[in-house]
Design a protein around this ligand. Structure first.
Ligand SMILES: *Cc1c(COP(=O)(O)O)cnc(C)c1O
Length: 534
């Protein structure tokens, strides 16, 4: 039996609440409210329409809006696009300057980049080291031709909460429209657009236990005239978002909003779990919390670990489902642009875990996460002579992953085994005959060192240390295992391309193996002349 990983990725998406699923299923099939809500000629259409209006009321109530101010979209990405492109186009005659920040979601940054290609100017504000945008920085960036400010309410990587009220006051004084991406705040704390001075607000169902594929853009009644549609069709959603309304999605979104609005005690519960998680992780030492300590939502914890390589860290954490840096950009393997904007080194940004908690998270999950992260961080630090080589019991390194090969599926069986066991990891004491050769740079997340004991021209013992990806560590372990008993004379362990083939390392990783080869050559070259018989 394969254990399901502990889910700690609620900031990426949430499971649909059973009550939401129930309501949605009542709107799909022939015996339910499946008809087109625009079909006012028959009773079935009118019933679907009534369902939709109720859903609109429920969604509006979550943020204190009027029902008429809710425009249904496919999610926060589309809401952000509609707000940014729609305001820019409707107001091009007034000005063509937009202010946003470097820590926005891609769904804000990419439409802004697109507008730059169309001749608009965009200012990207930089946060302070705590991930906050100072209202003064916004004030300084506003120009005479600024028409829109778009700043998120809660950052999806760090959980830091922005001072939207202060931004709104600045914009209102100057007659500039304010949009906020509230995908990470809606449903998590009380939001009231009657008190919050924003013109447009994006949110999405799947971050609050509703279905994927449905979201909303709040459009303040007085600001409607300053927004143009970006798609054209049947005139639905006040002409701003045409297309047949997806009754089941809207109904599910409505129920999810009501559940979020009426639930009590959840922020306190999550804050307690988050604090327990942080206190457990910080005990490892060399651990950094990303983002302001006080101004944050309770469900997101972003932590950077010194002395470990990020890909190796997550690869070993098969019993946890979590994100590294940004879930959206982690496929690229680049360090998170958000953490870089906070001033984190690319090494720390790259060795970051984002743990996000939710309704299903229990104390036992937190304890399991602390144990698993502690085990992997210690295991990886033990083979890298950084400032934080935590001492651990040898057998605590070699447990846990056997039962759950899900994440390891991306590694070949050979790499998987070597990475899990790391045979040959360690050091050799400084005695005559011991040589070391190293290559790479820990700041570039790749550093390796061989230790060889050579006597009478024979390699008697070999060990390695390393900071690198699972493939690099596996190749180091494998080569280390090949060395003992071999004569230096005529010694050949082949080429990186052959190693990659033997172990099933993808060809893109070959560059890393060249560093391994350099270290191997360096150690062999350093062998004491007396013992070399070329
Ligand atoms: C998840 C998220 C989005 C994207 O929402 P979708 O509904 O998936 O399009 C946008 N912004 C933030 C801050 C998010 O967390």
């Amino acid at each position: 039996m394969r254990a399901t990983p502990v889910y700690l990725d609620y900031a990426a998406t949430t499971p649909v609440d059973p009550l939401v699923a129930q309501a949605m299923s009542e709107c799909l099939s022939a015996d339910g409210d499946f008809a087109n809500p625009a079909s006012s000629t028959h009773q079935l259409g009118r019933r679907a329409q009534a369902r939709i209006e109720r859903a609109r009321d429920e969604v509006a109530a979550l943020i204190g809006a009027e029902a008429a101010e809710i425009i249904f979209t496919s999610g926060a990405t589309e809401s952000n696009n509609l707000a940014i492109l729609g305001v820019a186009r409707a107001n091009a005659h007034r000005g063509r300057h937009i202010v946003t920040s470097r820590i926005e979601h891609r769904a804000v940054l990419d439409p802004c980049r697109h507008l730059e290609k169309e001749g608009y100017a965009v200012t990207y504000l930089t946060p302070d080291r705590a991930g906050r945008i100072a209202p003064e920085a916004l004030a300084a960036a506003i120009r005479a031709d600024t028409v829109l400010v778009s700043l998120m309410q809660v950052n999806n990587e760090t959980g830091v909460v922005a001072d939207i009220a202060a931004f709104g006051a600045l914009c209102a004084e100057r007659g500039i429209l304010l949009h906020t991406d509230a995908a990470q705040s809606a449903g998590k704390f009380a939001l009231d657009v009657r008190a919050l001075p924003v013109d447009f607000l994006s949110f999405t169902a799947h971050k609050l236990y509703g279905p994927k594929g449905i979201g909303a853009l709040y459009v303040r009644a007085e600001s409607r005239a300053r927004l143009s549609p970006v798609t054209f069709g049947g005139g639905q959603e006040r002409g701003l978002r045409p297309g047949t309304l997806p009754t089941h999605q809207m109904v599910g979104f409505g129920v999810a909003c009501t559940l979020a609005r009426t639930r009590t005690g959840e922020p306190e519960r999550l804050a307690r779990l988050r604090d327990r998680l942080w206190s457990g992780l910080s005990r490892l030492g060399g651990v950094h919390l990303n983002g302001d300590e006080a101004m944050r939502i309770p469900d997101i914890l972003s932590v950077s670990f010194e002395g470990v390589e990020g890909e190796s860290l997550v690869t070993g954490l098969t019993e946890l489902a979590l994100a590294t840096g940004s879930a959206c950009s982690s496929a690229s393997g680049d360090p998170s642009y958000v953490l870089r904007a906070l001033g984190r080194s690319s090494h720390l940004a790259q060795s970051t875990l984002r743990l996000s908690l939710g309704r299903g998270t229990a104390d036992a999950d937190i304890d399991q996460a602390i144990l698993a992260v502690g085990r992997e961080v210690s295991r990886l630090r033990a083979i890298h002579p950084g400032a934080f080589s935590t001492k651990i019991a040898p057998d605590s390194c070699k447990t846990s992953t056997d039962s759950d090969p899900i994440e390891f599926d991306i590694l070949s069986p050979m790499v998987r085994r070597l990475f899990r066991e790391l045979p040959g990891a360690g050091t050799l004491e400084d005695t005559p005959g011991v040589v070391r050769g190293e290559a790479g740079d820990a700041d570039q997340e790749l550093w390796v060192r061989f230790h060889l004991r050579i006597e009478g021209g024979i390699v008697r013992d070999a060990r390695f240390q390393a900071l690198g990806c699972p493939h690099t560590l596996a190749v180091m372990a494998w080569l280390t295992g090949q060395l003992p008993g071999r004569a230096l004379a005529g010694l050949s362990l082949g080429e990186p391309a052959e190693w990659a083939k033997a172990l099933g390392v993808p060809i893109e990783k070959l560059g890393r193996l060249l560093v391994v080869e350099d270290a191997l050559h360096a150690s062999l070259m350093l062998s004491p002349p007396s013992s070399v018989e070329w």
